[in-house]
Design a protein around this ligand. Structure first.
Ligand code: A3P
Ligand code: MG
Ligand code: MG
Length: 369
């Protein structure tokens, strides 16, 4: 029987007073996936924000959507390739406790207030760093379950609703700063083919309590431009669509959703979110700009006790510090959260090696490079 370790989620109140500090995330490097989803060590897929014309039919162009097939497992590949290049340039290896995609940290951070979440991650220790990836098989099967349970008669399809999010990006973004973009381009954005092949990924160094980490994640755009001076904060903007709020129940649902918006943006140091409110039929009606830093206090002021940002930060710091004491040997570990089960379970899946978590080129670089 494999050794099993358990980290209690409840009572969450024990994390509220810990006040674990977070380091301001700083971008150390970046990469792009181009229009063919090919990896590039540059900022070619960086996008710039310019407000869309309203109202806008977000369903327009659904029939020509170029949707990336993400059924294959990319592990941490893009992130590790960018780290190899960064270390070669710097001439030294990066010493940190954890390395993962931002999405994994978002899932961990929101645990205290996300009882229904159900996920699995794989982790391995290599040269003093714990690498964490999503368990791809679990992700695919959860998605299939979600799709088969969502078939309410008259409801919009999941695919169409997901398209609305990408369409919102297409009508709100430009491939170059405003000063270099033609009025014709801006006015014709509604007719652009929507594709989710291209991405700009920012890789940051940050820290939670005592743990230091590197996170990689997609950022949607910059507000004006990216500063040349690397010590300056970047004016990132995250785009999100959400249903127009018409009653108290929907307002509460929206405030719960803000937990994910906040955590996702906060982790990469994204200061602003542009929320596009859309009707049930997918018409973009109005926009709201949110200052990421003030989201937790705004939600708290409503007094419903839906979630607390400091609890999330201190929970993540405590869990990762604990995890460092659990994952101390070679092999592949699984971190598991089950729906409605108030524990994070960690157990060893494979006694040796690193599974497929680390790319051969990364292991080669760190071993002989
Ligand atoms: P919305 O967030 O506006 O719905 P992101 O917000 O992270 O930049 O992602 C961009 C869009 O990708 C989302 O826009 C949504 O359309 C789609 N998307 C992201 N995660 C998804 C998921 N788990 N399932 C379906 N669509 C998703
Ligand atoms: Mg995005
Ligand atoms: Mg977005």
């Amino acid at each position: 029987m494999a050794q099993q370790n358990r980290f209690d989620i409840e009572p969450v109140s024990r994390f509220a007073g810990l006040n674990a500090a977070v380091r301001r995330p700083r971008e150390i490097t970046f990469f792009s996936f181009d229009d063919d989803h090919k990896f590039r060590l540059d900022d070619s897929s960086l996008r710039y924000y310019y407000p869309p014309a309203l109202p806008c039919d977000l369903s327009k162009g659904f029939d020509t959507f170029r949707q990336l097939d993400d059924s294959g497992d990319d592990h941490l590949d893009g992130l590790l390739d960018a780290i190899i290049a960064h270390e070669k340039e710097k001439g030294s290896k990066t010493e940190i406790d954890f390395l993962t995609w931002r999405g994994m940290m978002t899932k961990i951070m929101v645990v205290p207030f996300s009882k229904l979440d159900d996920w699995e991650m794989n982790a391995t220790l290599f040269q003093g760093t714990i690498f964490i990836e999503e368990n791809h098989t679990k992700k695919i099967s959860s998605r299939q379950e979600q799709y088969s349970s969502a078939g309410r008669p008259g409801a919009m399809s999941q695919d169409l609703m997901s398209f609305w999010g990408y369409k919102f990006e297409t009508v709100s973004l430009m491939p170059a700063p405003w000063s270099e973009t033609s009025r014709e381009y801006i006015e014709s954005r509604e007719d652009e083919v929507v594709s989710n092949y291209a991405q700009y990924c920012s890789i940051v160094r940050t820290g939670f309590g005592k743990v230091k980490m590197i996170l990689g994640g997609e950022v949607d755009a910059v507000m004006a431009f990216k500063p040349e001076d690397k010590s300056k904060p970047i004016d990132w903007v995250e785009l999100k669509t959400t249903a127009v709020v018409t009653n108290d129940k929907e307002q509460t649902k929206y405030e719960r959703k803000l937990l994910k918006f906040w955590a996702q943006s906060f982790l990469l140091g994204v200061p602003r979110i542009v929320v596009g409110y859309r009707s049930q039929q997918g018409y973009l009606e109005h926009l709201e700009e949110l200052d990421v830093q003030t989201i937790p206090d705004k939600v708290k002021m409503k007094g419903k006790g839906l979630w607390d940002g400091q609890t999330c930060i201190s929970f993540a710091a405590s869990f990762l510090e604990w995890l460092k004491d659990v994952i101390t040997s070679d092999g592949v570990w699984q971190i598991r959260k089950r729906e409605k089960v108030p524990v994070l379970e960690v157990f060893k899946l494979e006694e040796s090696g690193h599974g497929d978590i680390l790319s051969p080129s990364f292991v080669e670089w760190r071993t002989h490079g």
